[in-house]
Write a protein of this length. Structure first.
Length: 264
């Protein structure tokens, strides 16, 4: 009897041990399945390497990563095919999330045409590296335009345009340079009306560029009308009416000499 009771206790213990082992196994496998599943999130395209300014994007430049839900950045690319073939209008750092504002369609033309904002124009002006700031201008700087002309043999100056974006210096449009170079021409981003003012000021006299501090607050756009020199109005000289001529008679009496009006 005692042996039979002991055998039953051993059997019950074995059954309970097997049940505990089965429960533990299912719990461990369930945890592994949860951790191995990809976390829910959003796929974005990032730069696999540095993409220089003006480079046509290829597959080797790109990779995708998963961002957690709620970390949306906006204006991003979700597929590699959406960004391949586009033109980088700014320098892209490796690992950076690619944003649509930093790329342009290759069909838009060359690099300079692609970086122009809508309804804007690119205009190149010659500069004097001796008396101006041409040697210290770089793409991305902002400048004012000062016009000088001679009116009535006197020099007059006027700031005709403010806060213009420098697109390129000579043939360089890259914005990642930090050393000034001596240039002979600067390409500015202007509106059609600003282009007219700039051409008019250049034809009537000389123009100079003044470099703005990047921390300056943008001022209201100034488009000063460059007026033509006003003609000099000469006052007409009024001819003076000569006084009527009066005849006189000279009378000599001894040593006395006197002039007497003939009318008297």
């Amino acid at each position: 009897m005692i042996k039979r009771r002991g055998f039953m206790l051993i059997l019950i213990s074995l059954v309970m041990a097997l049940g505990a082992a089965w429960v533990a196994r299912n719990w461990v496998q369930g945890g592994l399945r949860v951790h191995s599943a990809p976390p829910p999130g959003m796929q974005v395209v990032v730069a696999a390497m540095e993409i220089p300014f003006g480079t046509k994007v290829e597959s080797r430049h790109l990779k995708t990563i998963q961002l957690p839900r709620g970390a949306e950045v906006g204006h991003h690319f979700e597929k590699l095919e959406d960004v391949m073939g586009l033109l980088a209008i700014q320098k892209i750092i490796a690992g950076e999330i690619l944003l649509k504002e930093r790329f342009a369609d290759r069909a838009a033309g060359n690099t300079l045409a692609a970086i122009l904002k809508p309804d804007m124009r690119a205009m190149t002006v010659r500069v004097d590296d001796v008396i101006g700031v041409a040697g210290f201008l770089l793409p991305g700087n902002h400048v004012d335009v000062v016009a000088a002309r001679v009116v009535n043999q006197r020099a007059e100056t006027q700031t005709v345009l403010r806060d213009l974006n420098v697109l390129a210096v000579d043939q360089t449009a890259a914005q990642d340079k930090d050393q000034p170079v001596v240039v002979r021409a600067v390409t500015l981003e202007v509106t059609p009306k600003q282009a007219e003012v700039l051409v008019k000021a250049r034809e009537e006299g000389r123009i100079q560029l003044t470099l703005r501090n990047p921390s300056d607050h943008p001022e209201p756009e100034l488009v000063a009308e460059v007026e033509a020199p006003k003609p000099v109005v000469k006052k007409a000289r009024v001819a003076e009416t000569p006084a009527p001529r009066r005849d006189s008679v000279t009378i000599i009496r001894g040593t006395n000499v006197a002039n007497v009006d003939s009318a008297t």
